[in-house]
Design a binder for this molecule. Structure first.
Ligand code: ZN
Length: 260
């Protein structure tokens, strides 16, 4: 073997040694906000059931994947409620999202569930989350308002009152959208921090249509050390598929789950 060949062999060996000193597998990237938060997404209903629930579940699943912010655990049936919405079922859980729930969901110990939120967890509600537990004033007080009525689906120009909050920041103001617009038994403004509102009654066929007024549609509040968010929107599939609504929700989830 002549010297040039030996030098080449030595060089190849040296390069191989350098290569082999590098880690065999790269360290997995950690999401910016740390490990994904565990979010129980409740779509069980004991009253009216919205057709949009299937779309809502698909959208939430996609948002979870794309954001890496949270990992959803779906709670769809009475059996799921009995298994998941208990002190032991909620262990290691960071928040709960009531998505178009209706009626009394059958949580075995509702005071314990509300106390769990108050211990620093997240509660989010969409649309008929306010048409849920009409028989439980303590739930409605935690949420901020109780659904009363709605008229025909209609186009509204929503005021974004808080453009600094993550649930309001992504939205145009006014935000024009077509949906079923809720009215509540009492104006929640004194008890909540309003994010979205109408300055006139929706044009929904009711006698008050178009009359000036104050109609909050989304808000946030604290419940003890817990963070509560509610949006009245979300009746229609088209709303769940609207990227502006999805950004509204994602901002709310980021805030409520305490993610950066
Ligand atoms: Zn509805």
């Amino acid at each position: 073997m002549d010297f040039p060949l030996m030098r080449l062999a030595a060089c190849v060996l040296a390069m191989a040694t350098v290569c082999c000193r590098q880690p065999a597998t790269p360290t997995p990237a950690t999401p910016p906000g740390g490990p994904a938060k565990r979010l129980v997404v409740v779509t069980h209903t004991t009253g009216f059931r919205h057709d949009s629930i299937a779309t809502a579940e698909a959208v939430i699943t996609r948002l979870a994947t794309e954001s890496a912010l949270f990992a959803p655990v779906f709670c769809r049936t009475a059996a799921d409620v009995a298994r998941l919405l208990t002190p032991s079922g909620l262990a290691e859980t960071d928040g709960v999202f009531f998505v178009n729930t209706t009626g009394n969901l059958g949580i075995a110990d509702l005071p314990a569930f509300l106390a769990w939120i108050g211990q620093g967890r997240a509660f989010l509600g969409a649309h008929s989350a306010s048409d849920t537990y009409h028989d439980a004033p303590e739930y409605l007080a935690m949420l901020g308002a109780e659904f009363d009525t709605h008229g025909d689906q209609t186009t509204v120009d929503i005021r974004v009152e808080d453009t600094a909050h993550p649930a309001g920041a992504p939205l145009p103001s006014p935000w024009r959208i077509f949906d079923e617009i809720y009215e509540f038994r009492a104006n929640p403004r004194a008890r909540v921090n309003v994010l979205l509102s109408l300055d006139r009654h929706p044009n929904d066929g009711h006698a008050a249509a178009g009359q000036p007024g104050d109609f909050p549609l989304a808000w946030y509040r604290t419940h003890g050390n817990g963070r509560v968010f509610y949006t009245a929107l979300g009746h229609r599939d088209e709303v769940w598929n609207d990227t502006r609504f999805q950004q509204h929700l994602l901002g709310a989830l980021r805030w409520a789950l305490g993610a950066p």
